[in-house]
Design a protein around this ligand. Structure first.
Ligand SMILES: [Zn+2]
Length: 372
């Protein structure tokens, strides 16, 4: 059986060689065809007929050059930078939600771009291009397209980075080179903190958009209540003298006239009251946002982010500062979209979802009061 198959294959090869030599009759003098996949016959033939020096093997293409070449295939031919065009005063999520069908198509459009880009790259003298592709999720792509609206150059850079593309070059059996391009999209919090920062777009706004879309919608963009309540380590209450404060559950209450849901809880407290680190961690971000006001973000070792909003003044803790549970991270205020002095506390999981801080903060309050 095996021999039969081999012979049959050999017959076919012979036939095709014959056909090609007939067809090649009027062709101009040819450079020797590259050897077919390492057959002994070819190897011998070259040994016997090598009075002329064998040509230097061409150098392997650089993986970085291949990755850069992927970007030459215009991603905007597949994804419109104007997808979320918005009028003055429209909020970022309005066009995203209004165009839900196009939004859900984004990963497929991304995959189509990547396939076309890989096809074009094979012209770089590569014998083969293997593409192992996974497209970024629709909330990732929607957050990028929405945040970089009006800034196509940074949008393009961000979209390409979202793929988490890597490239390996290896020699193939026929003496050419094979490029293996892998698309392995990073977790949103890692990605967003690695994207270009502009006057209007920053890791904070990008991650907030991603977290919102990926929390209040499932993968098919159907509304959902949230993603549950994962186990978090013991937490300290975020305000000094915890017994003084009322903790209510105002998670997911309507905001912006019902167009958006509240993604944290609010605790009223006088201006200037000390805000404390709920756990050990590192300051990830410290800035100002038109909605959050002065904000500071503490990241725990497990990747969970604790966001403190509306601080009266910017926190004096710079990103990278290591803090211990109970350290002062800022002071209560009413900056940003706020009508009264209060702490808005948001929790974002390591994979970029909002979770309801209510039960965690209620327990933290009880534990902290009991500990005296
Ligand atoms: Zn709030």
């Amino acid at each position: 059986m095996g021999n039969f198959r081999k012979n049959w294959l050999a017959g076919c090869l012979g036939l095709s060689l014959l056909l090609s030599s007939c067809a090649a009759a009027p062709a101009p003098p040819e450079t020797p065809t590259p050897p077919e996949a390492g057959t002994e016959a070819t190897a011998q033939a070259t040994e016997e007929t090598t009075p002329e020096p064998t040509p230097e093997p061409s150098p392997a293409p650089e993986p970085d050059a291949i990755l850069a070449a992927l970007g030459q295939t215009d991603i905007f031919a597949f994804i419109s930078p104007e997808l979320y065009a918005r009028s003055e005063g429209q909020r970022w999520y309005e066009p995203v939600l209004a165009k839900s069908e196009e939004t859900l198509q984004l990963p497929a459009s991304y995959a189509a771009w990547l396939q076309a880009a890989a096809d074009n790259v094979s012209q770089l003298g590569l014998a083969q291009v293997d593409l192992q592709a996974e497209a970024p999720s629709w909330p990732t792509l929607a957050a990028i397209i929405s945040n970089y609206y009006g800034d196509p150059e940074n949008m393009r850079t961000a979209l390409i980075k979202a793929g988490g593309l890597t490239c390996e070059v290896s020699s193939s059996a026929d003496g050419g080179y094979t490029a293996t391009i892998t698309s392995n999209p990073p977790d949103a919090p890692t990605l967003m903190y690695d994207l270009p920062e502009t006057e209007t777009t920053n890791p904070f706004s990008l991650l907030a958009s991603y977290a919102y879309l990926s929390t209040v919608f499932d993968e098919n963009m159907n509304s959902r209540e949230g993603v549950g309540t994962p186990e978090l380590g013991p937490l300290l209450f975020p305000i000094v003298q915890p017994a003084r404060y009322y903790v209510g559950d105002c998670w997911a209450l309507p905001r912006d006239g019902g167009a958006r849901l509240h993604t944290g809880i609010d605790i009223n407290a006088p201006e200037g009251t000390d805000l404390l680190a709920v756990t050990d961690g590192v300051i990830l971000n410290n800035g100002f946002d038109s909605v959050a006001g002065n904000f500071v973000v503490l990241q725990a070792a497990d990747g969970t982010q604790y966001h403190y909003y509306h601080l009266v003044e910017p926190s004096d803790l710079t990103p990278g500062t290591v803090v211990s549970t109970g350290d002062v991270v800022g002071h209560v205020g009413s900056t940003g979209n706020s009508r009264a002095n209060h702490l808005h506390l948001t929790i974002i999981t390591a994979d970029g979802h909002y979770i309801n801080p209510y039960t965690y903060m209620l327990k933290a309050q009880q534990d902290t009061v009991a500990a005296g």
